[in-house]
Write a protein that binds this ligand. Structure first.
Ligand SMILES: [Ca+2]
Length: 275
């Protein structure tokens, strides 16, 4: 009887150890795959979240195409024929301090500040308007060979989006293109690049009809990381079915980041949440 029990015990132990070693080898077999998958995934651009830290009024009638912040004021370029304008207002109120309306034949697009001048693109008219920052007096015009969507400035060249995946670097004095990059995300080109902002050596770009802002390497066009702003449009009133995220403004002195959308009733100050 004792021998039978001993034998049974031995068989049970053997089965258990076989089972354990089988489980262990299964786990070991899975580990390299999991690690590999993780390594493959780690090449993908990281995705930032956002936290809203402040909200300000934004004119729900504005079809926002260009936005920047300077010295306590927001400058905005709006689109649509008959409604296109350049305007200046304080951060905290919708009251317009200074405004310049475009002729009805122009559809206003991106704007950017270059020293004491403001550049404003038009969509398909090839016309670029240059104004005095302080008076909005029109100083000159330029010819843009492509469509005009977004504008930014890196301190020496204008950066221009035209609705494709291409960004052109343009001489601000002559508006002659100097070089261009194709913007990619995880190896794929990204069309519909829209409003732009140059922030700490990166180009930040809205992608039309998405909730994403890309953070692009200006040398290569590669997207280093991107920001998912899903849900933000749910925090404001939307003025039309064309209401989409568009408009990035950076307060360099106080490190504040502002975003809004076409026909949004609010402009949000946001902070990024680490991927
Ligand atoms: Ca901008």
């Amino acid at each position: 009887m004792r021998l039978k029990l001993l034998l049974l015990g031995a068989v049970l132990c053997l089965s258990l150890s076989l089972c354990l070693s089988l489980c262990l080898s299964l786990v070991l077999a899975l580990v390299p795959q999991a690690t590999m998958a993780q390594e493959e995934g780690s090449n993908d651009a990281p995705i930032w979240g956002i936290k809203v830290v402040n909200q300000y009024p934004h004119d729900i009638n504005f079809f926002t195409q260009g936005l920047f912040y300077h010295d306590g004021h927001l400058y905005e370029g709006t689109g649509k024929r008959g409604l296109s304008a350049l305007s200046k207002r304080s951060l905290t109120a919708n009251d317009v301090i200074l405004s310049s309306k475009l002729s009805n034949r122009y559809f206003g697009e991106g704007i950017v500040l270059v020293d004491d001048k403001i550049y404003q693109l038009t969509w398909q008219s090839h016309m670029v308007f240059v104004y005095s920052r302080d008076s909005f007096e029109q100083l000159t015009t330029h010819y843009n060979a492509t469509e005009g969507w977004g504008l930014a400035y890196d301190g020496s060249q204008l950066i221009l989006s035209d609705g494709s995946a291409t960004l052109q670097f343009v001489d601000p004095e002559t508006f002659i293109p100097q070089r261009k990059i194709t913007v990619t995300l995880n190896g794929n080109s990204v069309p519909n690049l829209n409003e732009l902002e140059y922030i700490d050596g990166e180009i930040w770009a809205n992608v039309w009809q998405t909730d994403f802002i890309l953070r692009i390497d200006p040398a290569t066009g590669e997207t280093n990381s991107y920001i998912d702003l899903s849900g933000l449009s749910g925090l404001t009133e939307l003025g039309s079915n064309e209401a989409v995220l568009n408009g990035i403004a950076w307060d360099e002195e106080q490190d504040r980041l502002f975003v809004t959308g076409k026909h949004w009733a609010h402009l949000f100050e946001i902070e990024l949440v680490a991927p």
